[in-house]
Structure formats: C-alpha cells, structure tokens
Design a protein around this ligand. Structure first.
Ligand SMILES: *[C@@H]1O[C@H](CO)[C@@H](O)[C@H](O)[C@H]1NC(C)=O
Ligand SMILES: *[C@@H]1O[C@H](CO)[C@@H](O)[C@H](O)[C@H]1NC(C)=O
Length: 204
C-alpha cells in the first residue's frame, strides 16, 4: 500500500515535470514563430567566419588585376564604381550597406566588416580616400552568413535536439527518483519487518 502511494506521488511529480518541459517547448515554438515574422522583413547579420579557402578565392577575385573592380594606385586600391556589385559565384556583393538593394527574395542581409589592418582588404579605399568598411550581400531566408557565403541556419534543428535532450534527462531523473524512493520504502519495510520479527529470530 505504501509503495503504491509513493509511486503515485512520484508519477504526479514526473507528470508535472513533463508539463514544465512541454511549457518549454511552447516558448520554443513562439520563438521560431517570431523568427519567421522577422524573416519577412530584413534581417541584418554579421558574417561568422566561413571557409578560409573560399575567402581566399573571393579575395583574389576581388583584387585580381583583370577583375576591374579596383584600380591600384600608390599601394592602395580604389573602388572603381561603388554602386557596381562584385559578382562572385552567382552572388552579388556590395561595397557598403548603403549600396545594397533590398530584395525580398534575399531577406537576410549579410555584412562582413573589413579590418582596416587587413594587409589586402584594408588597402581598399573609396575615391574620397575613406576606407571601405564592409562587404554586404544577400542570403535566402533562414540562412546564416559565413565568410563571404550563405550557409544553412541549423537553429531550429538544434533547438529541437536540445529539447529532446532535456526531456530524456528529465525522464532519467524521474526514473532515478522513482527507484530511489522505491529502494527507501523497501528498506524501511525490511527494517520494520526485521524489528517486529527480531524477538522470534533470536529464539531460533
Ligand atoms: C532579387 O534577387 C534575385 C536573385 O538574386 C534577382 O533575380 C532579382 O532580380 C532581384 N530583384 C530585385 C528587385 O533586385
Ligand atoms: C566616402 O565615400 C563613402 C562611400 O560613398 C562614404 O560611405 C563615406 O562616408 C565617404 N567619406 C567621407 C569622409 O565623405
């Protein structure tokens, strides 16, 4: 009877824990919904580091003598026409956010700042002698900005994984608690039976 009571109590406890974790999933859903809403508008993202190889190729495409984007003069590179995008692997890259045309098909605006100390890109200037500050391009909805590329956003997927992990962890903790309490109840019961039968056992 007592073991049954303890189990019932634990079941109620684990159930409330589950409800709590379901509440967590609810807020997760809410978050992804608002994410989708903001996606309709423009999201501006600073690029994370991407493939070093691709960045190298992008740099040489940009600075290459034949590319025609820059004119070298006295150790500096001057941007020919800041409005002209740089075409690289079927994407358009712009010299500054102000030249980036907002485009509904590419709702993520990626910005990769140029380090003025960069030995190559740090020598790129506008015709008014001010440093080029950033490279800007567009990515599809839900994409992340990596290097000079768009990569897939795994945010929703990883949050589902995280949720699954939390649920499994809670279930394990619940099971462990049930086993502990069962063991305790068992020990108490053993102790009690031993105590009540002790006088008899000493006679044997
Ligand atoms: C938006 O981007 C797409 C894909 O790059 C392009 O085909 C389209 O012409 C652009 N639209 C505008 C208004 O620039
Ligand atoms: C120089 O030109 C760039 C690009 O048009 C602009 O962003 C920057 O503010 C200008 N700098 C000065 C000092 O006018």
């Amino acid at each position: 009877m007592r073991i049954g009571h303890g189990l019932n109590l634990l079941l109620v406890l684990t159930f409330s824990l589950e409800v709590e974790s379901k509440g967590g999933r609810g807020t997760g859903r809410g978050r992804s919904r608002s994410f989708r809403v903001t996606q309709k508008r423009m999201i501006k993202r600073t690029a994370k580091s991407g493939s070093i190889e691709r960045t190298q190729v992008f740099r040489s495409a940009l600075l290459g003598a034949g590319a025609g984007y820059l004119v070298a003069s006295k150790g500096r590179f001057y941007i020919q026409n800041p409005r002209d995008p740089i075409l690289f692997e079927e994407r358009k890259f712009y010299w500054d956010s102000q030249y980036y045309p907002i485009n509904d098909t590419l709702p993520v605006q990626c910005v990769n700042p140029i380090d003025p100390q960069d030995p190559q890109l740090g020598r790129i200037y506008f015709s008014n002698e001010s440093h080029a500050r950033e490279i800007v391009w567009g990515c599809e909805g839900g994409a992340e900005c990596c290097g000079y590329d768009c990569c897939m956003d795994d945010g929703i997927f990883s949050s589902i994984l995280r949720l699954a992990f939390v649920i499994v962890l809670l279930a394990l903790i619940g099971l462990l608690l049930i086993e502990c309490i069962r063991w305790m109840i068992y020990c108490i019961a053993q102790f009690r039976t031993k105590n009540s039968f002790n006088p008899v056992s000493t006679h044997i």
